[in-house]
Ligand binder design. Structure first.
Ligand SMILES: [Zn+2]
Ligand SMILES: [Zn+2]
Ligand SMILES: [Zn+2]
Ligand SMILES: [Zn+2]
Ligand SMILES: [Zn+2]
Ligand SMILES: [Zn+2]
Ligand SMILES: [Zn+2]
Length: 1758
C-alpha cells in the first residue's frame, strides 16, 4: 500500500495547478471547439482520476468525511463548474437564479419520499390507495378534514399533490395551486428559454448523460471506454465487494476481518455500506495486493453457497463511475431550476440512439438495471423521477417505452437478487396508476395482456393437464414465486379505476386481456387436487400455501375484472360467453364415471354421474366456475339477461354441470367437518379454513354458493336436491321406502358421520334458498350487504372497529364500506384508560339475526346463538330464533323459492321430524331438527310475504301450508309434517325447541287466516300488525312479562329480608364485628401501625423527633407468614420475619442525566449530590414470610431453575443467579427480603435535653476520644495527653446483642443486596460502604415517595397503599439497625465525616461544599450512624433523640443556606407593602450574612417577601421527607392535619418535626453559634466557583421529572423520525428510530451500526442508552411500530400499548391500519406514573410471566 502512495503527485502540486484553473476559460474554450464531446471527454479523462478515488477508503469516519468533502469541492470546481458556465453562458450562481425566476413551475409537488416518512391518503378523494400526499401538502389540503389514512413510506415514490387525476376532489394544496388559467396548459416550457441555451443544453446533456450511462453500464474491470483512458496508467486498484441477498451480515463481517485484516469495527462499517450502497471498496493497492484479498473472500464464502461477488477494479474505472453518479445528481439539480431544461433532458434521454428502437439512453439504463449496484440504481431512479415523471408530455412517452420493455425488465427482475424497491420495475406504480395512462397503455401497448402473459410465463410448474403444480417446490422457486407476484400488483394498478367510457379499442384490448386471464385461471382450475386418505395417514403434508397465495393475490383482480364487465353490457355478454367456453373446456375431461346413474325418490327421477367425493379426486380451486358465477350475478343485476336473452348462451352448459364442481367442493368441506378426512392432515384443514376466510371467500365460498343458487334456479328443484343428496352420499337413506323410520347402521362412526353430513346438507339448503344479500341474487344494494355482515358480527358480541374491519372483506381500495353503515346499526362505547372502544348492536336490529348466516363459523354460530338467546331471555321474550324475513329475489333467481316446497325437501323434513318424534336410537340430532324447523320457518315467511304482496289468492303460487297439511304418501303412512310438528310441540325432550315450534304453528294459523280472509273478502286489506297471530303473540308476551315481574318482586322481598336480618345481627354483635374488621386491617397492613390518634395525643401536639417525641412501641405486632400460615410476633430476639422486596438502581429523580455512572470500585457514596443522579430504590409487594420459610422457598426455586437450564437453555422472567425470585403469593418480581424489626421505645422523658452548644461540645469530645482510641493500636508512637472524655463514654464498649442470630442474618442479607445492586459489585461484607448503601436506599425511597405524593396531590400521611407503607416502615427500621451488622468503628468514622460536612473538624480532610450535598440524605445518614457513637455512652444521662433533634436543626439551617445561595439569580422585584413580616426580615438578615461572605457573587435582593417565598417552597420537600422518615423511624402517629390535603400543612409539619414554624428562628436563636459555621460553608472555594461559573446548579425545590412532551398528532413523530439519521453511519437513515421517553433522545435501534459494547457484550442502541440514561432501565417509543418498549438490564423487556389512539379508541401497534392517531393524555400519564413509581421492572416481569415468547426475545439487541 505504501508503494502505491509514494507514486502519486504530492497534493500540494496538484493544488497549485487546481488554483490556476478557470472554469470560465475552460467553458469558453469548449464553446469554440469543433467537437465538444471530444473536448469534454478529454477533460474528464485528465481530471477525474486525479480528483476522485485517490486512496483507501474506510478507516476512521472522520477521515473519510474529510476526503469526501475534498472530492465534492474538487469535482464542483474542476468538473461541474465549466459545464455550468457553458450551459448558462454566465456566472452559474446568478444564471441559475435567473433561470429559476423565469420558470413557471408545474403544479406537481413531486416530493420524493424518504424511508419511513409519513404519507397520507384521503379515503374519500384519492383515486386509489397509491395516491398519497407528503406531510406538508397534506396539512395544506382539504383532505385534512376528511377521513384519511396515514402510512409510512418504504422509500421511493412521490407526492401526488397537483396531479388532477389522482384526486376526485382537492388535487391542489395551498402551496401547489392550480396553474393560472391564462397559461396554456399545452405550452412548451422549452419555448421560454433562449434558443442558444436550448442548443447548448441539448449537447451538454447528451454528452454527460451518455458518459454516465456508459460508465454505469461499463463491465470491464481494467479498461475504460475509448477517449477516457488515463494519460498515465498506474498500478492502483480497488478490491470491490458487492452486495447480495444470500450472505448474512455476520458472514460478511467475519470474512472481511480475515481477508483484509481489518478490525471488527471497520468490517461492520464496510458491511453496512455494502448493504446500503450495493458495493464498497475494501482494499486499495497494487493489483496483486487486491487480488489476494479477493481470493480470500471468494474462498471463504464459497463453501455453503455461491461466493460473494468481488471485483478487482482499476482505480480510474472506479473514479469515472463515481463521477458518473455525481454527474447524474448534478443533472437532477440543474433541471430543478427550469421546467424547460427538464424537458430538454427528457428529450435527450428518450431520443432513439443509432441502434434502433430500444437504444435511447433511458432504455439502456433500464435494460441494464439489474446489472447495476444499488447506489447507482438509486441515483438514476431518482433522476428519472425528477425528470421524466415530472414532465407531463414525457411521462407518457416514457410510459410507452416502459411498457414496451416491460417483459424484458420483468424477466431481468426475476433473475436479480435485489429487493423490488431498488428495481426499475417498481416505477410501474408511478405510471400505471394514472387512469388515463393505464387506459392508453392498455389500448396502445396491450399492457393488460402483456402483464398476464409475462406472469403466466414465469410460473412454469405444471402438471400433465397444464395446471399449476406447487407441490415439491423449492426455496429457490418460492423466492421466484414471491417476485412474480409483483406483476399482479401491476395488473391491479391498471385495473383499479373502472372506465367511465368505453372505446371499441378498449373493449377489444380488455377482452383480449380477459382471454389471457382466462388462460391463467384455467391453469388454476382444479390445481392441487386431493384424494381422501383411508387406512394410513398421509406421509408428507402437501404444499398448499403457494396455490392459496396465488388465489389471494388474484382475488381483487378477479373482482375488478367483474367490475369492469359490469360497466358495459357488450363487454359483459362477451366476457360471459368467453368464460362459459373456458369452463366447457375445463369440463371436457369431466364425466368421471363411465355410465350415468339414475336416482329416484318421492316420485321424481334424475340422471347424474357416478362420482364420490370420498373416493375420487377433488379440488378447492375452481376460479373459472367462480368467475362465471360472478358474471352471472352481473347479468341478473344489470338485467341484461331479461333484455337480450337471445344473446346469452345460457343453454350451452347444463345446470347440473354448472353446479357439479362447486357442489363437490362444498361436500368436501362437509366431509372434513364430519371427520372423514382426518388422515389427510393439516394442509387440508388449512385450505378449508382459507376457503371460508374473509381474505378469500368473496371469490371462493361466496361464488360457489351463487353458482349453486344459479344452478338450482334453472333446474327442477327436486332434481337439484336429489343431486345434492347423492353428492353428500346420503341418498340411500332417503331412497329406501321406509326412510321415515330411523335408519340403522351397524357402525357407530358411520352413524355419526352421516348425522354431521345431514346437518351440513340442511345448512347448505338453508343457505341456497336464504342467502339473498348479494346484489343480483336478491333485490339489495351493497349497502344492505355490508350492514348485514356487521349485524351478524355484532350479534356475537360487541366489537372494536379493527375487529369489524378484519371480519369484512376489503375491496381493491382497501375499503370495506364499514364507515358508511356502522352508525346506523351500532352505538359506540368509548374506552377507559385500558381496553378499546367498542361498537354495540342497537336492539332494533336484533330481529335481523339469522342463526344460519353463511359467514358464521361453527364457533361464531354457537356464540351468537347463546348471546341472542340470553338477550331475549333478559327482555322477557321467548327464545325462539326464527329466520328473519328475507329480501325479494331478482327475477333470474326467482324460482329458487320452489326448493322450499318441493317434494324431496318435504320428504326430508318429514323424515327428520319423524325421527325426532321417536328419539331413541342414534341416527338423529337436535341440530338436524333445528335446521328443519328453520327451513319450515323460511318457507312460511315466504308464503306470508307472497300473500301480503298479492291482491288475489290465485296470484300466490306458493302454498307450503297446504302441502304440509297433507299426510305422508303411500309408503310412509305416518302423519303430515304439520301433524308431526304439533305432536313435537309438547315433547319433553325438545324443551329447547318448544318456542320455535310454537312460533311455526302460530305462523301456520296466521297464514290460514290470511288465506281465508283474502279468499272470502277481497276488499279487506291484510294488516300485518293486527292478525290473530299478533294478538295471540301479544297475549303470550304479556303473560311472560307478568311472570317475570312477579319473580322480580319475590327476589326483592327475599333480599330485603336478608339485609334486615344482617343489620340485626350486626347490631347485636357490634363489638364482635368491629373486632373482626380490625383484625382484617391488621393482617393486611401487618407491620404498619397507624393506630388512630388517641384523644390525648390529638390535644397535645404530636412530635415525631427529639426527646419529646411520642413512641409507638407499645403495640405488639402480629404477622402471618404467607408460606406456612403461622402467626408470629415481630421481636428483635425472635424468629426473623421478612418482607419480599425488589431493589433497583434509579434515575427517576435525576436532575443531571449527563453525569457518568460511578466507578463501582472507587465510588464513595457517603455524600449524595443534590442532583440525585443515581439512587437505589426499594419496593415491596408487602408479603411477609418467615426467614426460614423464604430460604426454603428460594432454594427450591434455585434447584428448579438448575434442572430447567439443563433441559432447555433460555431465560426466565427472573434471574435466579442474581437472587431474583417471584413472590410466592402475588408473583411480584423480587430480589431480596427486608427483615421486620420491632418499634423503637419511647424515650425517657426524665433525661435532660442539652442545648445545641452543649451537645456539639460533648459530641466533639466523644469524637476526639474515638479518634485517639482508633489511633492507638496503629501508630502507638506518640503518647499524647488523654483528651477529656464525657463521663460514661466508653470507647471500647461492645454493645449488647440486640438481635437474634436469624434476624442478624437477614439484616446482612438485605445489606448485601443493596450493596450489590447499588454499586454493581460482588458481595463483600467487609466493605466500609455496606451500611451507607442501606441508608441510601432508605433516604432515596422516601424522597421518591414524597415526590409521588406531592405530584398526585395526596396528603402526606394515610394515602399510601399498604404495601408501600409496610415497605417504608420496615425499610426505615432496618436502616436504623443495619449498623449493628457492620464493625462499629466503620460506622463511627462515617458519622465523623458526615458531621464534619457541617461542623468544622480539623481531623477530616476534603470536606465537600454544601452545594454538593443533598441535605435529606445527609440528615438520614447522620441520624442513622449516630447510633454507633451513642451506643458507647453508658451514662444513661443522654438520649439518642436529643442528638436527632440537633442534627435536624443543623441540617435544616444548612439547607436554608443552600436554598438562599441557589435561588436568587433572577430578580423578580415585586415590592410588597413596606411592613415586612418577621419571617421576611429574618430571611433578609440571613441572606445579607451570606452576601457578607460571598460578596458580589450573590445579587442584591430588596424583596424579603420574594426571598422568603423561595425558602419556604424550597424547603417543603425536605421537611415532608423528613417527617416521613421520623414517622417511620419512631412509629409516631401523624397529626390529623397531615392526613388530609389542605391548608395548614406547613404549621402542622413544623410542629410534627418540633421546629418553629418560622424556620429562620433556628438561625436567629443560635446566631452566635452558627455564624462561624455559615462562614465556613460560604468560604468553601467550590461554592464561589459553582455560583460564578454557570455550572449545573440544582435549585430548590427540585422539580419532579416528567416524561417528555409528546405531540398530539402521531404523524409529527413519524416525520421527526423520518428525518432522523443514524449518528454512526454518516447520514444514513435509521431503520428503527426509537425515542427515549425519559430524555427525548432519538436512537438508531435494532441495527448493527449503533451497537456498543457494554460490559464486554455488544448491545443495541436502546440497551446502551438505558445504561447512561436510566441506570439500566428504559422507556422508549418505537416510532415506526407505534409501540412502547420497556427494557430492564440486558435480558428483560416487554412491549406496552402506546399512548396513541385512533378515533375508534384503539391503538395501532405496528402501524398497520393507518387511521390517524392522537395522543391520549390519560394513557401517557399512566405510563409516566408507572415510571415514577418504579413499577416498570414489575410490569416487564408480569408481561414475561404471562407471555413466554417475550422471554426469548434478544432485548439487548434493540
Ligand atoms: Zn407534496
Ligand atoms: Zn402540495
Ligand atoms: Zn379528501
Ligand atoms: Zn413460615
Ligand atoms: Zn407478594
Ligand atoms: Zn434517555
Ligand atoms: Zn445506526
Amino acid at each position: 500500500m505504501a508503494a502505491a502512495q509514494s507514486d502519486r503527485d504530492p497534493p500540494s502540486l496538484l493544488c497549485s495547478e487546481f488554483l490556476h484553473f478557470s472554469a470560465k476559460d475552460t467553458a469558453l474554450r469548449w464553446l469554440a471547439a469543433a467537437d465538444l464531446q471530444q473536448e469534454v471527454s478529454y477533460h474528464l479523462a485528465v481530471y477525474v482520476p486525479r480528483i476522485l478515488c485517490l486512496g483507501p477508503s474506510g478507516g476512521s469516519s472522520r477521515e473519510e468525511q474529510r476526503e469526501e468533502q475534498r472530492e465534492d469541492l474538487a469535482s464542483q470546481l474542476l468538473l461541474l463548474a465549466p459545464l455550468e458556465w457553458l450551459l448558462l453562458g454566465e456566472e452559474p450562481a446568478s444564471g441559475l437564479h435567473l433561470l429559476q425566476e423565469n420558470n413557471q413551475p408545474s403544479p406537481l409537488c413531486g416530493h420524493v419520499f424518504k424511508v419511513g416518512e409519513p404519507t397520507y391518503s384521503c379515503r374519500e378523494c384519492a383515486a386509489d390507495p397509491t395516491c398519497v400526499l407528503c406531510m406538508k401538502c397534506f396539512l395544506g389540503s382539504i383532505h385534512k378534514e376528511h377521513r384519511y389514512r396515514m402510512t409510512t413510506s418504504g422509500g421511493g415514490g412521490f407526492c401526488d399533490c397537483g396531479d388532477a387525476e389522482a384526486w376526485k376532489k382537492g388535487p391542489y394544496c395551498q402551496q401547489h395551486r392550480h396553474p393560472p388559467t391564462d397559461r396554456d396548459a399545452e405550452e412548451d416550457p422549452v419555448s421560454v428559454l433562449p434558443a442558444d441555451m436550448v442548443a447548448r443544453g441539448v449537447s451538454i446533456f447528451s454528452i454527460l448523460l451518455k458518459y454516465a450511462v456508459d460508465m454505469l453500464t461499463w463491465d470491464q474491470e481494467d479498461q475504460l471506454p475509448a477517449g477516457l483512458e488515463p494519460l498515465k496508467r498506474e498500478d492502483t486498484y480497488y478490491c470491490m465487494l458487492f452486495n447480495d441477498e444470500v450472505h448474512t451480515y455476520e458472514q460478511v463481517i467475519y470474512t472481511l476481518q480475515k481477508a483484509v485484516n481489518c478490525s471488527q469495527k471497520e468490517a461492520v462499517s464496510f458491511a453496512t455500506t455494502v448493504d446500503r450502497d450495493g458495493r464498497k471498496s475494501v482494499r486499495y493497492g497494487d493489483f496483486q495486493f487486491c487480488d489476494q484479498a479477493k481470493s480470500v473472500i471468494v474462498r471463504n464464502t464459497s463453501r455453503q453457497s455461491k461466493p460473494l461477488r468481488v471485483q478487482v477494479m482499476h482505480s480510474s474505472v472506479v473514479a469515472h463511475q463515481c463521477f458518473a453518479l455525481r454527474a447524474l445528481s448534478w443533472l437532477g439539480q440543474i433541471i430543478q431550476y427550469s421546467d424547460g431544461l427538464r424537458r430538454v433532458l427528457c428529450e435527450v434521454g428518450l431520443q432513439r440512439g443509432p441502434e434502433g428502437e430500444y437504444s435511447s439512453l433511458v432504455d439502456k439504463l433500464m435494460l441494464n438495471d439489474s446489472k447495476m449496484w444499488k447506489g447507482a440504481r438509486n441515483i438514476y431512479h431518482q433522476l428519472l423521477m425528477n425528470s421524466l415523471l415530472m414532465d407531463l408530455k414525457y411521462k407518457k412517452i416514457f410510459a410507452i417505452q416502459f411498457a414496451k420493455n416491460y417483459r424484458r425488465l420483468q424477466t431481468d427482475f426475476m433473475e436479480d437478487d435485489h429487493e423490488r424497491v431498488v428495481s426499475v420495475t417498481s416505477l410501474s406504480v408511478q405510471l400505471f396508476t394514472v387512469p388515463t395512462m393505464a387506459r392508453m397503455l392498455m389500448v396502445e401497448e396491450n399492457l393488460m395482456t402483456t402483464i398476464i402473459k409475462t406472469f403466466v410465463d414465469h410460473l412454469r410448474h405444471r402438471d400433465l393437464q397444464g395446471r399449476f403444480q406447487f407441490d415439491r417446490y423449492t426455496a429457490q422457486q418460492a423466492f421466484k414465486f414471491g417476485r412474480v407476484q409483483s406483476l399482479i400488483g401491476d395488473l391491479k394498478y391498471i385495473l383499479i379505476s373502472r372506465p367511465s367510457e368505453w372505446s371499441d379499442q378498449l373493449r377489444l384490448k380488455f377482452l383480449e386481456g380477459l382471454d389471457a386471464f382466462l388462460e391463467l385461471l384455467k391453469c388454476m382450475q382444479g390445481m392441487d387436487p386431493v384424494v381422501r386418505q383411508v387406512g394410513q395417514h398421509i406421509e408428507m403434508e402437501p404444499e398448499w400455501e403457494a396455490a392459496f397465495t396465488l388465489q389471494m393475490k388474484l382475488t381483487h383482480i378477479i373482482s375488478m375484472i367483474q367490475e369492469w364487465c359490469s360497466t358495459d353490457e357488450h363487454v359483459l355478454i362477451e366476457a360471459y360467453r368467453k368464460c362459459l367456453s373456458a369452463l366447457s373446456h375445463c369440463h371436457s375431461g369431466l364425466p368421471d364415471g363411465e355410465q350415468p346413474i339414475s336416482l329416484s325418490v318421492a316420485g321424481h327421477c334424475v340422471e347424474t354421474f357416478r362420482y364420490q367425493v370420498s373416493q375420487d379426486k377433488v379440488s378447492i380451486h375452481l376460479p373459472v366456475c367462480r368467475l362465471l358465477a360472478g358474471l352471472h350475478v352481473l347479468l341478473s343485476r344489470t338485467e341484461v339477461a331479461s333484455r337480450f336473452p337471445e344473446q346469452l348462451p345460457l343453454g350451452e352448459l347444463s345446470p347440473p354441470l354448472l353446479i357439479e364442481l362447486p357442489l363437490r367442493c362444498l361436500v368436501l368441506c362437509a366431509q372434513v367437518h364430519a371427520g372423514m378426512w382426518r388422515r389427510n392432515g393439516f394442509s387440508l384443514i388449512n385450505q378449508i379454513y382459507y376457503y371460508h376466510n374473509v381474505k378469500c371467500r368473496v371469490e371462493m365460498f361466496d361464488k360457489d354458493m351463487i353458482m349453486l343458487q344459479a344452478g338450482a334456479s334453472m333446474m327442477d328443484p327436486n332434481h337439484f336436491l336429489m343431486i345434492v343428496l347423492s353428492r353428500f352420499e346420503l341418498f340411500h337413506i332417503f331412497s329406501s321406502a321406509d326412510c321415515r323410520k330411523r335408519y340403522r347402521d351397524t357402525h357407530k362412526d358411520v352413524v355419526q358421520q352421516n348425522n354431521t353430513l345431514m346437518e351440513e346438507m340442511l345448512h347448505l339448503i338453508i343457505m341456497v334458498v336464504g342467502e339473498r344479500y348479494v346484489s343480483g341474487v336478491g333485490q339489495v344494494e351493497s349497502f344492505d350487504e355490508v350492514r348485514r355482515e356487521i349485524i351478524h358480527q355484532l350479534s356475537i358480541r360487541p366489537m372494536a372497529h379493527s375487529e369489524l374491519v378484519k371480519a369484512l372483506p376489503e375491496n381493491g381500495n382497501k375499503e370495506t364500506g364499514l364507515e358508511r353503515v356502522i352508525d346506523s346499526v351500532a352505538s359506540f362505547k368509548k374506552p377507559g384508560v385500558t381496553g378499546r372502544g367498542l361498537y354495540e348492536l342497537r336492539p332494533e336490529w336484533n330481529k335481523h339475526f339469522n342463526l344460519y348466516f353463511h359467514h358464521f363459523s361453527r364457533a361464531d354460530q354457537s356464540k351468537a346463538e347463546e348471546a341472542q338467546r340470553k338477550l331475549r331471555r333478559q327482555n322477557g321474550e321467548d327464545t325462539a330464533l326464527p329466520p328473519p324475513s328475507p329480501p325479494l329475489l331478482c327475477p333470474l333467481f326467482g324460482s329458487l323459492v320452489n326448493l322450499l316446497q318441493c317434494d324431496v325437501l318435504l320428504a326430508v323434513e318429514g323424515a327428520v321430524l319423524q325421527w325426532a318424534v321417536e328419539p331413541s336410537g342414534g341416527g338423529w340430532t337436535e341440530s338436524m331438527l333445528q335446521r328443519v324447523l328453520h327451513l319450515v320457518g323460511v318457507a312460511l315467511l315466504e308464503e306470508e310475504q307472497q300473500l301480503e304482496s298479492s291482491s288475489r289468492d290465485d296470484d300466490v303460487t306458493f302454498n307450503y301450508t297446504c302441502k304440509i297439511t297433507r299426510p305422508g304418501e303411500a309408503p310412509s303412512t305416518s302423519g303430515s309434517v304439520l301433524a308431526l310438528l304439533e305432536s313435537l310441540q309438547n315433547a319433553p325432550h325438545l324443551e329447547v325447541h318448544k318456542d320455535m315450534i310454537t312460533w311455526i304453528l302460530k305462523m301456520v294459523a296466521n297464514i290460514k287466516t290470511m288465506r281465508e280472509r283474502t279468499s272470502s273478502t277481497l276488499t279487506v286489506p291484510v294488516c300485518p300488525g293486527q292478525g290473530p297471530e299478533e294478538t295471540l303473540r301479544d297475549k303470550d308476551k304479556a303473560e311472560r312479562k307478568r311472570k317475570a315481574e312477579m319473580a322480580r318482586l319475590r327476589r326483592e322481598k327475599i333480599m330485603a329480608q336478608m339485609s334486615e336480618m344482617q343489620k340485626h345481627f350486626i347490631n347485636e354483635n357490634k363489638e364482635l364485628f368491629q373486632q373482626s374488621l380490625e383484625e382484617l386491617e391488621a393482617s393486611t397492613s401487618a407491620a404498619a401501625d397507624n393506630s388512630p390518634p388517641s384523644s390525648e395525643s390529638t390535644c397535645v401536639a404530636q412530635v415525631c423527633v427529639g426527646p419529646r417525641r411520642v413512641g409507638g412501641a407499645e403495640h405488639r405486632q402480629l404477622v402471618t407468614c404467607i408460606l406456612c400460615q403461622e402467626e408470629q410476633e415481630v421481636r428483635g430476639q425472635g424468629r426473623a420475619m421478612v418482607l419480599a422486596a425488589f431493589i433497583q438502581r434509579s434515575t427517576v429523580l435525576s436532575k443531571n442525566r449527563r453525569r457518568n455512572l460511578p466507578d463501582p470500585e472507587r465510588h464513595d457514596p457517603l455524600f449524595m449530590n443534590p442532583d440525585l443522579s443515581l439512587g437505589i430504590h426499594t419496593a415491596s409487594c408487602g408479603h411477609i414470610m418467615h426467614a426460614t420459610c423464604w430460604q426454603r422457598y428460594f432454594e427450591a426455586v434455585q434447584l428448579k431453575e438448575q434442572r430447567r437450564q439443563q433441559r432447555l437453555r433460555g431465560h426466565t422472567s427472573y434471574d435466579v443467579e442474581n437472587g431474583e425470585f417471584l413472590c410466592p403469593l402475588c408473583e411480584c418480581l423480587s430480589n431480596t427480603v427486608i427483615p421486620l424489626l420491632p418499634h423503637t421505645h419511647t424515650p425517657d422523658y426524665r433525661v435532660d435535653h442539652p442545648s445545641l452548644e452543649a451537645w456539639l461540645k460533648m459530641t466533639n469530645q466523644q469524637i476526639t476520644a474515638i479518634h485517639s482510641a482508633h489511633r492507638k493500636p496503629s501508630d502507638g508512637v506518640a503518647e499524647r495527653a488523654e483528651p477529656a472524655v464525657p463521663d460514661g463514654f466508653k470507647v471500647d464498649f461492645t454493645p449488647q446483642n440486640l438481635f437474634s442470630s436469624s434476624v442478624k442474618e437477614m439484616i446482612t442479607t438485605f445489606s448485601m443486596s443493596t450493596y450489590k445492586v447499588g454499586l454493581k459489585v460482588n458481595p463483600n461484607e467487609q466493605d466500609q460502604r455496606v451500611p451507607v448503601l442501606s441508608w441510601s436506599t432508605c433516604a432515596y425511597t422516601i424522597q421518591s415517595i414524597e415526590r409521588l405524593l406531592m405530584e398526585e396531590d395526596k396528603p402526606l400521611f394515610g394515602s399510601l397503599p399498604c404495601r408501600q407503607d409496610d415497605c417504608l416502615s420496615s425499610l426505615t427500621r432496618f436502616s436504623s439497625a443495619c449498623w449493628t451488622a457492620a464493625p462499629p468503628t466503620t460506622v463511627q468514622s462515617h458519622f465523623i465525616r458526615l458531621l464534619a460536612a457541617l461542623v468544622p473538624d480539623s481531623r477530616v480532610e476534603n470536606t465537600l461544599s454544601i452545594l454538593d450535598i443533598d441535605m435529606f440524605h445527609l440528615l438520614v445518614y447522620s441520624v442513622l450512624s449516630y447510633s454507633s457513637v451513642h451506643s458507647l455512652d453508658q451514662s444513661g444521662q443522654r438520649v439518642v433523640d436529643s442528638a436527632h433533634l440537633h442534627i435536624l436543626h443543623l441540617v435544616t439551617v444548612a439547607h436554608l443556606v443552600q436554598i438562599l445561595l441557589t435561588s436568587t439569580t433572577e430578580e423578580v422585584c415585586m415590592d410588597q407593602d413596606s411592613s415586612a413580616s418577621e419571617e421576611e426580615e429574618l430571611t433578609c438578615r440571613l441572606y445579607n450574612t451570606l452576601r457578607k461572605h460571598l460578596g458580589s457573587v450573590l445579587p442584591e435582593v430588596t424583596s424579603g417577601w420574594q426571598l422568603f417565598r423561595c425558602v419556604k417552597a424550597g424547603c417543603l420537600p425536605f421537611l415532608r421527607a423528613t417527617a416521613l422518615f421520623f414517622h417511620y423511624l419512631n412509629s409516631t402517629a401523624p397529626p390529623a392535619d397531615l392526613l388530609v390535603a389542605g391548608p395548614g400543612q406547613w404549621e402542622a409539619l413544623c410542629s410534627y418535626l418540633d421546629l418553629p414554624s418560622n424556620l429562620l428562628q433556628l438561625h436567629q436563636n443560635q446566631h452566635t453559634l452558627l455564624e462561624p459555621l455559615i462562614h465556613r460553608w460560604c468560604c468553601h472555594p467550590v461554592v464561589r466557583q459553582t455560583l460564578q461559573v454557570d455550572g449545573v446548579i440544582v435549585r430548590f425545590p427540585r422539580e419532579s421529572n416528567r416524561l417528555i412532551q409528546l405531540p398530539e398528532d402521531y404523524s409529527i413523530l413519524i416525520n421527526q423520525a423520518s428525518s432522523f439519521t443514524c449518528p454512526r453511519s454518516g447520514g444514513d437513515k435509521s431503520r428503527a428510530p426509537t425515542l427515549c421517553l425519559v430524555c427525548g433522545s432519538m436512537l438508531c435501534s435494532q441495527s448493527y451500526c449503533c451497537q456498543t459494547e457494554v460490559d464486554g457484550e455488544d448491545v443495541g442502541a436502546c440497551t446502551a442508552h438505558t445504561f447512561t440514561c436510566g441506570a439500566g432501565l428504559g422507556l422508549f417509543l418505537r416510532v415506526r411500530e407505534s409501540q412502547v418498549l420497556f427494557v430492564a438490564g440486558k435480558t428483560k423487556g416487554c412491549f406496552y400499548p402506546p399512548p396513541y389512539l385512533d378515533d375508534y379508541g384503539e391503538t395501532d401497534q405496528g402501524l398497520k391500519r393507518g387511521n390517524p392517531l392522537h395522543l391520549c393524555a390519560e394513557r401517557y400519564r399512566k405510563i409516566e406514573r408507572l415510571w415514577r413509581q418504579h413499577g416498570i421492572a414489575e410490569v416487564i416481569g408480569h408481561a414475561q410471566e404471562a407471555n413466554q415468547t417475550l422471554v426469548a426475545i434478544d432485548w439487548q439487541h434493540l
